[in-house]
Design a protein around this ligand. Structure first.
Ligand SMILES: *Cc1c(COP(=O)(O)O)cnc(C)c1O
Length: 387
């Protein structure tokens, strides 16, 4: 079966009730008929469920579907994207190791890498997302992992996955990719040589702004180490959230196709607007890494970003002018969302620090929803008029 079909047809074992839709397994633990079965499960001689911090059928269904979509060997689901990312670092890196990461990464990932990993004696170096030629020079004898996000949040820079994976293979490093912005229906990093793929399932995978979740998929041996770390430290995904997220995977492909079409139409409609200094979308020829985006992505995804000619104050004015788009911290929802990083998520940084991670004063990020594209375009157009 095609991965898209597997994301619909992989199903928890049917119970005696003969249900068609997967039930939700809200149970903390699982029973055994006798002491021998229980002993064997604890001795890892069987893969029977024991306790929902270790495994749960609803969670496993979500993981199995993600494994199929990403073309991975195995996976483990966590309570949020950040716990997935943190577990992928903590399970596989140790004191004295070095992590190479692209500089444009999600804010909390940046905090983990710069504030918490050093507490455990793990060093890091940032390299520019768009210049893989600089990456090899930054590799040290103790480098163990390369971490990338592509497209990056919020700047939509594209990392050439094939180029980075060639470097990782040559130096025997683990390539770990945050595939949150593209989702596996638009980009499969493992096909380009990634060893691990991490996700915030909170975003496009849920797609309706309801629950938090995360998942890590990849090589079996690496996932086993991550599983053992998580089994003891406890960032397990709840069965309820897993059930919601697994259902969402059944529609991921059609949703992402529409998000991508809406985003491309919006990007084309706004490009060249007099109030906009520049606009970025991976599938516009004007995007600096357009050719790489075409090579590794099926569509450009649901995020469009642009710089308002009027800078910081225009950014706030633009948000206030919007009538339909939501002002909220999430992205990847059926509802279109606008955000202005310089006055919100990145407001605590100095101008210099913001510029270093490409957060310009008038940067607006649009998470393009599933409303009719004409309504999205006209709300943004009217908001631009007076800013
Ligand atoms: C939101 C996000 C995360 C963190 O995910 P949570 O589910 O909020 O913990 C990580 N990476 C990217 C690219 C994100 O957008």
């Amino acid at each position: 079966m095609h991965p898209i079909s597997k994301a619909i047809r992989i199903h928890t074992d049917r119970t005696n009730e003969m249900e068609h839709s997967s039930p939700m397994f809200l149970t903390s633990s699982f029973c055994f008929d006798n002491s021998e079965d229980m002993r064997a499960a604890f001795a890892d001689e069987t893969d029977d469920n024991i306790y929902s911090r270790f495994s749960n059928p609803s969670v496993q269904e979500f993981v199995d579907r993600m494994v199929a979509l990403e073309g991975a060997e195995a996976g483990y689901a966590t309570s949020s994207g950040m716990s997935a990312i943190f577990a992928s670092f903590m399970a596989l890196l140790k004191k004295g190791d070095h992590l190479l990461s692209c500089n444009a990464i999600f804010g909390s990932t940046h905090t983990v890498i710069t504030k918490y990993l050093p507490k455990f004696g793990i060093e890091y170096t940032y390299v520019p997302a768009d210049k893989p030629e600089e990456w090899e020079k930054a590799i040290k004898p103790n480098t163990k992992m390369i971490y990338v996000e592509t497209p990056t949040n919020p700047g939509l820079e594209i990392v050439d996955l094939e180029a980075v994976s060639t470097i990782a293979k040559k130096h025997n490093l683990i390539l770990n990719v945050d595939n949150c912005f593209a989702t596996p229906v638009n980009q499969r990093p493992i096909d380009f040589g990634a060893d691990l793929v991490v996700h915030s399932a909170t975003k496009w995978i849920d797609g309706q702004g309801r629950v938090l979740g995360g998942v890590i998929v990849g090589k079996k041996a690496l996932i086993q180490d991550i599983y053992l770390f998580c089994r003891s430290t406890g960032p397990a995904l709840s069965a309820f959230n897993a059930w919601v997220l697994s259902k969402s995977l059944e529609t991921l492909d059609v949703r992402m196709e529409r998000h991508g079409n809406n985003a491309l139409q919006l990007a084309k409609a706004l490009e060249g607007h007099p109030k906009i200094k520049w606009l970025k979308y991976p599938f516009l020829v004007s995007h600096p890494q357009h050719r790489i985006a075409l090579k590794q992505m099926r569509n450009g995804g649901g995020i469009v970003c642009f710089e308002l000619a009027g800078g910081l104050q225009s950014g706030r004015k633009f948000l206030d002018n919007l009538k339909m788009l939501s002002l909220t911290a999430n992205l990847g929802d059926t509802k279109s969302i606008a955000s202005h990083p310089a006055s919100t998520t990145h407001a605590k940084l100095t101008d210099q620090e913001r510029l270093a991670v490409n957060i310009t004063p008038g940067l607006i990020r649009i998470s393009v929803g599933l409303e009719h594209v004409d309504d999205i375009i006209s709300d943004i157009r009217q908001a631009l008029e007076t800013c």
